[in-house]
Design a protein around this ligand. Structure first.
Ligand code: ZN
Ligand code: ZN
Ligand code: FE
Length: 751
């Protein structure tokens, strides 16, 4: 009955509100608070018609915001008074599609605590490895199209049993409209393939898998977004075998631990790191090692990528396992994308592993495990995939129809939908054919899912990037954005900055607008344009791109700048250990300027110091030399000298001081610390010069070199002490995976 103070409000909610249990949450909340009316799912969000007195409606709206389901995210709530209809209850009304706008697609969510409990108590789901509910389970990896209904996911193959169907239809049940709902009687199943034997009983599979892992064997197991290879992370024998299977790949392996206590036995965990480890996104968190895992896991680095179980099958497996830690790495070879197809997995892994564990639920969208680290208490993402994609970046202006192709290594592309930039999952190195195929297929599937029609395309200045070539075949106008400008504008997009800032972009390589290779850049820029205020002095890099894997080349070039022909006489191990024949060739190349492109790259400078100190002269994987240099740091607050000429920052004094330290047998960890402190100093002094000239106080940090935790931590700290406003990437990778977002916003501003 209407109270004469009752009013009616239309509450429109935008953001990630579908596939995360939002409507039943609103329904139950409305019942609790005595609100009458209805809630409706539409393709552009959720709309509520709420009738009650104004105070109650305000309390209802407040609770929607404060108690919203974990994986949901509200970007906008619009509340307007509307006609009072005098409803006598609250209902969920049938979905309707009323506009071209689309709702967000939820990322995949790690299994929730209530489901883990159901695994032990719910009759039809005892030990069921695909258990899920509206709060958890697969989303992006199983979705083919919108709207998010079971028919448009790879769950369409599985007919719900009457029990599941009843739960699915019951608004008071945690599985109300949980699209992937399933149980032991009706859902997908695992099977284990080993030497012609196939096991299909789940407990037998888990026992066999645990037995193999505890006995130093390798298995392949289908995960959320692709196959993983796994072995006991405490067994040298097993880890060495896995290295051989991965074609001797030297990148550190990620490790899944049984629980947080097990993690703490092997790594230092701060409260912020623990928060990331435990979050529903369940990323790999880079931690500093405390006690040794098997030698080959981190390959001599002092850090390890750690994650906790996120699928029901992980928990079930640890119930059977003796070891507290297993390596869980992408099921692929070298730079190929993670394998998602069952036949391919069986074909690829059968003769290399002791068992391949497949399941009959198709992976529609491939994802890798995401990787984050914590610096200055904040989570920074460096590989953005499972659990994060396809969450959009919300912008302050419209970017509809803009396609951003991204860079070449660590590629990720982006599409513009309204005021949202939607970034693809981590794609990888486009020079690999299979990865390039993954790139083009993902562009197709994103275009379909998000109803995206490109009107303009954006690419890097580099004409040979495969992403650049890709857009040239699209029949739309193309805009080119300089690599380091895009690095900075990606961060500006993340923070909604639209003004002049000082951008510090440090990375390995990117084509500059003068035709040289850039990477140690101080830009004064806004979203649209940039001016190169200062940069690291150019250094000839013998062999160009080859130097990224042979840091000794850049080190030699740096020494030659300081010592000329006397370089060969320096009494340091680096020179004495050089392959004389190769060194003579490089020397000739430098003298005659043959294949020695000029580079201002910070990455190459870090390479050079890693080689000079003999920490890493030849790299086995991308950025190995800077990673080892960082890993070697010992505590020391001293620094080296550099010179500032015009707009060029010259490190020759530092190089000379490093050589002197080497002669004096100063430990390489101290040299590394002094070098890092020098780079921090360069950032602060240059930022101060710019502030003096231009009054700009906002500093944006970006580029792959800021994956260096020491560099990022100290640079932020020192800039803050000097009263700068500092913006560094958090939700978007600072490496080349962030380029697409920067391209997207800059191109929009240019047109
Ligand atoms: Zn759940
Ligand atoms: Zn069922
Ligand atoms: Fe870059």
């Amino acid at each position: 009955m209407q109270n004469n103070q009752d009013k009616a409000f239309r509450i429109q909610i935008k953001g990630l509100v579908q596939g995360v249990g939002f409507r039943p949450f609103v329904f139950i909340l409305a019942k609790e608070k005595g609100i009458k009316g209805w809630v409706e799912n539409r393709n552009d969000g959720v709309v509520i018609h709420a009738e009650a007195n104004e105070k109650e409606i305000n309390s209802f709206t407040g609770s929607i915001i404060s108690k919203a389901p974990l994986a949901s995210s509200i970007s906008e709530i619009i509340k307007t008074e509307t006609d009072f209809k005098n409803y006598n209850d609250f209902q969920i009304v049938k979905s309707s599609s009323i506009s071209e706008e689309i709702t967000e697609i939820s990322p995949d969510i790690s299994v929730c605590g209530q489901c883990l409990n159901d695994l032990r108590h719910q009759q039809h789901r005892i030990d069921y490895p695909f258990i899920n509910c509206t709060h958890c389970g697969p989303r992006f990896t199983i979705i083919e199209d919108l709207p998010y209904d079971r028919e448009k996911t790879s769950m369409k193959e599985f007919l719900m049993c009457p029990v599941c169907e009843q739960e699915y239809k019951d608004v008071y049940d945690r599985r109300f409209h949980a699209q992937p709902v399933a149980c032991n009687n009706c859902g997908p199943e695992y099977s284990l393939h080993s030497n012609e034997i196939i096991i299909s009983e789940v407990l037998e599979i888990l026992e066999k898998a645990a037995d193999l892992l505890d006995n130093h064997e390798i298995i392949a197991i289908k995960g959320m977004g692709g196959y993983n290879l796994s072995c006991n992370a405490l067994s040298n024998l097993a880890v060495n075998k896995l290295r051989a299977v991965k074609k001797r790949e030297q990148k550190p392996f990620a490790v899944m631990f049984r629980n947080p206590d097990a993690v703490k036995n092997y790594a230092f965990v701060s409260p912020a790191e623990e928060k990331s480890l435990l979050s529903w996104r369940k990323p790999i968190v880079l931690l500093t090692l405390k006690n040794k895992l098997a030698e080959g896991v981190s390959n001599g680095l002092n850090s390890v990528g750690v994650m906790l179980p996120y699928l029901p099958v992980h928990y079930l497996l640890f119930n059977k396992l003796k070891t507290d830690a297993i390596v869980l790495t992408s099921g692929n070879f070298s730079d190929e994308p993670i394998i998602i197809n069952d036949e391919e997995a069986i074909k690829s892994f059968s003769d290399k592993t002791s068992a391949v564990i497949v399941n009959n639920r198709e992976i529609v969208n491939r994802t890798d495990d995401s990787v984050v680290f914590i610096v200055n208490e904040s989570e920074r993402i460096i590989r953005r995939s499972r659990g994060y994609v396809p969450n959009p970046v919300l912008l302050k202006f419209n970017v509809e129809g803009v396609f951003a192709a991204g860079a070449e290594l660590t590629n990720c592309f982006a599409i513009g939908k309204g005021q949202q930039a939607i970034l693809s999952q981590h794609i990888g190195d486009l020079q690999n054919f299979e990865t390039y195929t993954f790139y083009t297929e993902s562009i197709e599937s994103f275009s379909k899912m998000f109803r995206f029609k490109p009107e303009i395309a954006v690419c890097d200045l580099h004409p040979d990037y495969l992403s650049t070539r890709f857009v040239q075949h699209m029949k739309v106008p193309v805009v080119e954005i300089q690599h380091h400008h895009a690095h900075i504008t990606s961060v500006m997009a993340e923070y909604g900055l639209d003004e002049k800032v000082t951008g510090i972009a440090f990375d390995g390589t990117g084509l500059g607008s003068d035709g040289h290779i850039w990477g140690g850049e101080f830009l004064i820029c806004d979203l649209k344009d940039f001016e190169r205020y200062a940069h690291f002095a150019y250094l000839p890099v013998p062999g160009g791109d080859k130097a990224a894997y042979e840091p000794w080349r850049t080190a030699f070039s740096l020494l030659r700048k300081v010592y000329g022909d006397k370089t060969f006489d320096l009494p340091i191990a680096f020179i004495q250990n050089l392959n004389q024949q190769k060194a003579v060739t490089i020397n000739e190349m430098l003298i005659n300027n043959v294949n020695c492109p000029l580079s201002s790259s910070a990455g190459r400078l870090f390479d050079a110091v890693a080689a000079l100190t003999n920490i890493c002269t030849v790299a086995g994987f991308h950025a190995e030399a800077p990673m080892r240099l960082e890993s070697a740091i010992q505590k020391c607050d001293e620094k080296y000298d550099f010179e500032f000429y015009d707009c060029s920052i010259n490190f020759l004094p530092a190089a000379e001081q490093i050589v002197n330290d080497l002669i004096k047998k100063v430990p390489s960890g101290i040299i590394s610390a002094k070098f890092h402190n020098t780079i921090v100093d360069v950032c602060v002094i240059t930022a101060q010069k710019i502030r003096k000239d231009t009054k700009i106080n906002k500093i944006v940090l970006s580029g792959g070199s800021f994956q260096n935790r020491y560099l990022l931590e100290k640079t932020e700290e020192k800039l803050l002490i000097n009263k700068f406003d500092v913006f560094s990437p958090r939700k978007i990778p600072c490496n080349d995976a962030g380029i697409a977002l920067g391209q997207l916003v800059s191109a929009r501003k240019k047109l």
